[in-house]
Design a protein around this ligand. Sequence first.
Ligand code: ZN
Length: 170
Amino acid sequence: MEAALEQARACAFSGDVPVGAVVLGPDGCQLSAGRNRREADADPTAHAELLALRAAAAVRGQWRLTGCTLVVTLEPCTMCAGAAVLSRVERIVYGADDPKGGAVGSLWDVVRDRRLNHRPEVVAGIRSDESAALLRRFFAGQRGAPEGQISYDRLRWSRVVAERARLESV
Ligand code: ZN
């Protein structure tokens, strides 16, 4: 998870929401890394997990990532959860939950649907405080930005962060 957090921290350079991911091979060695690059690449699908999965497949020279582990700082969305299933990763390890968009148990459970023939194991909550803190800091910085520059996603996220803070205090 440290390598994934490092990727998330690097998002600061492009103004992207800080989410990072790595893929580990069956032997535990890191095959690839990715970070959210939606702003950097002007690509709605440039999520950390997708980029890390693609890079890992390129390294292995095959689309099947059997025996591999996807490690990501934030609970994957529907697209990335779907990509993880398609890649046949054995395990998904993530940090913070995403109650408004998570597809690995929070809002949907794309990866453990019994109708699927491949269901990766899930390990949630690894270094979630650090992952959430990165997101909180990012959105706290966004609040100082002019209204027009705050995207819908950022507003949505700042609401998530505010709700988390509220829940922590009750
Ligand atoms: Zn995603």
